[in-house]
Design a protein around this ligand. Structure first.
Ligand code: AN0
Ligand code: CP
Length: 317
């Protein structure tokens, strides 16, 4: 595997999940693989889980890690080509990227959708430039349109907790005060579709996702009907995708919050969320604290997903 940005890069999903579960049994078997290799993690946005789990995964493989928070202490970066740089930005991404590549063997990039232009976001401008100009294997730590390390961890978690071969997975929109990217729901749909599970997506009108990611999933605007018989409920907020409202918050209706009454409609579904989560907006305290909630093991599997990906990136093809 040269780069990791989407589900296609990981190849056979069953094989990947089995490899991850095998790594989980003894995560310290491969410390020789990363010896004298350096991972650079570049963050254009905040992170708790991705930063810690990926760093831990790299350490499990014997790698060294460098973390750069672009917004804290680095030069302000220009990202557009052709700009006369007479403003507040001191350095261009087109120099910064190859320079970063000089100091490491692999680069992880977190760069969210900026919601300035759908074309720019869905063209994955920043991630693509790292792939093109760094000369290093690059992996996404959540880019504008996808969060594949999250989705991989989600799939590992579903594999561990599923009670039937083909569980019903329901992804529900839930309210949030700020505009959030579509990366997590896009990616989750992409991976669950690829895994071949039954997927129902429920959201208010106006929150339709890019059909490329929805695939064969069923879309239901009635959240309660969607929840019936669910084995997994995956909650997430996202801002509108469709024009002319791209990147906007259209609705903060707390009737969409996941609560115990709705969970009672399911097949004793497990509750999942990528975190960070806003309690009593996305999900009530009692649901996230209930035995049905698997948000902590889900977060723990981020380390396993990252280690599987880093191990593959370290392994010569
Ligand atoms: C981000 C998002 O929704 O994409 C990161 C989630 C992993 N969430 C927030 O910014 C709150
Ligand atoms: N789920 C996730 O990616 O969390 P962070 O934003 O804290 O990394």
């Amino acid at each position: 595997m040269r780069h990791f940005t989407c589900v296609q890069d990981i190849g056979d999903l069953k094989e990947a999940v089995n490899e991850a579960l095998d790594i989980k049994k003894d995560r310290f078997r491969f410390t020789a693989l990363g010896k004298n290799k350096t991972l650079l993690m570049v963050f254009f946005n905040s992170s708790l889980r991705t930063r810690l789990s990926t760093q831990k995964a790299a350490m499990n493989l014997g790698m060294n890690t460098i973390v750069l928070d672009v917004n804290q202490g680095a030069w302000k970066l220009e990202t557009e080509r052709g700009v006369v740089m007479d403003g507040d930005k001191s350095e261009h991404l087109l120099e910064a990227i190859p320079v970063m590549g000089c100091y490491c063997d692999m680069i992880g990039v977190r760069s969210f959708a900026r919601f300035e232009s759908k074309e720019e976001d869905y063209g994955e401008q920043i991630l693509e430039q790292f792939i093109r100009y760094s000369g290093r294997p690059v992996f996404s730590m959540e880019a504008a349109t996808r969060h594949p390390l999250q989705s991989f961890a989600d799939l590992i978690t579903i594999e561990e907790y599923k009670r039937t071969a083909c569980p019903k997975v329901v992804m529900t929109w839930a309210p949030h005060p700020k505009a959030l990217p579509q990366a997590v729901p896009n990616s989750f749909a992409e991976w669950i579709n690829a895994a071949g599970y039954e997927l129902v997506i429920t959201h208010p009108e106006g929150y339709e996702l890019d059909p490329v990611f929805v695939g064969h999933a069923r879309v239901d605007y009635d959240q309660k009907r969607a929840f019936e018989g669910a084995d997994f409920v995956y909650a997430k907020n996202w801002a509108a995708y469709a024009d002319p409202h791209y990147g906007q918050v259209l609705n903060k209706d707390r009737n969409w919050t996941v609560d115990a009454g709705k969970m009672a409609l399911t097949n004793e579904a497990r509750f999942m969320h990528c975190l960070p989560v806003r309690r009593n907006m996305i999900v009530t305290d009692d649901v996230i604290e209930s035995p049905q909630s698997i948000v902590i093991p889900e977060a723990a599997n981020r380390e396993i997903a990252a280690q599987t990906v880093l191990k593959r990136l370290l392994t010569p093809e």
